[in-house]
Design a protein around this ligand. Sequence first.
Ligand code: FAD
Length: 396
Amino acid sequence: MRSPYFDDGHAAFRDEVRAFLAAEVMPYAARWEEQDTVPAPVWKLLGERGYLGLLHPRAVGGGERDLFTSVVFLEELGRTGFGGLRAAVSVHAYMATHYLSWAGGPGLCQEYLAPAVRGERVAALAITEPGAGADLSGLATTAARDGDHFVVEGTKSMVSNAMTAGFLVTAVRTAPGGSGHRGATGLSLLVIDTALPGVTRTPQRTLGWRSAGTATVTFDTVRVPAGRLIGRLDNGFYYLMRGLQLERLVAATLALGGMDRSLDELRAFLRAREVAGEELAHKQALVHRVADLATELAAARQLVYHTAWLYEQGELPAVECSMAKLHTTELACRIADTALQLQGSHGYLESSCAARAQRDARAATIAAGPSEVMRDLIGRAVLNRPADRSPAAKGS
Ligand SMILES: Cc1cc2nc3c(=O)[nH]c(=O)nc-3n(C[C@H](O)[C@H](O)[C@H](O)COP(=O)(O)OP(=O)(O)OC[C@H]3O[C@@H](n4cnc5c(N)ncnc54)[C@H](O)[C@@H]3O)c2cc1C
């Protein structure tokens, strides 16, 4: 039976990605987690396979593939069960670099996007600050124009990939916002080379997502050439609002793969483990819990695919992106928690996949917009929508 979303080409691509990850990632990824990094040769390998530029234009070496090719890639990446790797790769390929794709000039794209697609320079996205995360209007890092440069001052926090990044797509305040140095207006996006004098990176040890190499980044009188501005001055908020939708859809898709992995491992454990002469997989109390989670995962998958389809049609389905992100990332926490519980002490060992899945799943309900903010966005949209307009009716 044909899927409305995937064709034979997608199926072949899934096999290819899965085989690649099994050979080149799975044997080594636990070590990268311990080392808090994804090593440089891995980025090169991903670049050579074209996996870092699936959505990017051919002019910079990208594949210009359809969105469902990326859905396949992200599901498979999630299925590795290594949240740090999936955060590192997705921040690079779908979050930071997409601002360059959308709004960067040709010179900036050749200088930064093309090597990023080849895996030669790692990209990070620096928005969050110690004093402002979910509320972008509180961002305080400034970029003051001085001749043909911007002078950047401030601190960014929780920047995934920061320790390996060659450049940071950075949200800066280029004009006062609504109330002085606050407000959503007056933000811009700058490409900041991590080699510039005045840039200091300090690792932050996180509960999960360890190979993503998270860090704070301080900018002390950093002189950034004015040509490194992405798009139009003071339009950063607009770009971020657009970019966050893709970020949330990507987070939701990765979560699907992570949940597949958790359920696969749980299934294998319940079949292999005998208690009082009976396989755990035969205990009805456990079978019903697995059934509930598998059912919820199947429903979540359709929400994500539908959202990707809407996105592919050229809409910016902000409400559906928030719903998909909210539902999948919270479900991933429940599935990871249940998988750990049902594997008993085996799941509780720090080195177990179940323990790592639980640590990693917790990150995703916070990063790219906490669940509470997702609920706020969805709730307001639902309450303000005309009575006959449901999200499910959109596009159908
Ligand atoms: C593992 C990880 C990786 C990350 N990677 C990056 C990255 O690469 N680049 C980057 O810029 N940032 C990154 N972040 C930061 C992330 O985007 C922020 O954590 C997120 O936006 C929330 O900001 P905050 O942590 O400052 O929390 P705050 O904004 O201080 O909010 C704290 C809590 O308050 C609640 N809350 C906040 N706003 C509302 C609201 N409007 N209504 C109701 N409740 C609310 C939520 O529960 C929230 O978790 C990462 C975070 C994590 C955990």
